[in-house]
Design a protein around this ligand. Sequence first.
Ligand SMILES: [Zn+2]
Length: 257
Amino acid sequence: MRDLVEVAHGVHVATSQVYTTTSTVVVGEDGTCLVVDPAVTAREVDGLAAVIRDRGWTPVAVWSTHAHWDHVLDGPGFSQLPRWSQGAAATDPETLAAERDADPELARTGEAPAPVAALRTPYPQQSPGVLDWPGPPVHVLTHQAHCRPHTALVLPDVGVLVAGDMLSDVEIPLLDLTAADPVGDYRAALDLLASVGADVVVPGHGRVGSADELSRRLVADRAYLAALVAGSPWDDDRLALPWAAAAHEAQRSALAP
Ligand SMILES: [Zn+2]
């Protein structure tokens, strides 16, 4: 885990060595904080908990943007907290732990993985889609792209979009190929995320981006989807890693006309 970097007032991001996975901490003026997607190795998650403790912040809950194994991780510093998400996860913790243990990128680190959180509960709502918690305003966007359901957090006071596994500079759009209309779901989600007009985007994997970079990623992801649907060849820096190229091939063969 590299340093925790403040990317906007009260929004701090740490980045894992595994899949450039980000963890975001949303901190209120009184130190109350929400921890989003703590990841990935046990050492990294423990390090994040230690930094939060050292800074005197008080975490009130952990948020999982979606129920893939790398977004539901836990550690002794967080396990006593409520684990909020959009509704109950479709996949049980044992299956997620097995997926984590089979992951080659995590295995390559040689480090102990963080445990998978046992319980996830629907988040408390002040009004529909607005988180009820003592920190700064958090609006929850829910969509069906990549994983069903998938959430993004909008922090309107500071113009930040915490996007989960969308809008990445290092990952192509990864579709939920079990859905009836994976591309339609993905396009609808991109439209929803674009409508926020955020100044800062925090992807679940990759680098934090400005408004211009967010626009660039929207264009790139829509173009990628168009090429998939058309069966056109696609070249993208994001296909450089073998696992990404394999994911692209799987999507191409599933969706080729
Ligand atoms: Zn995911």
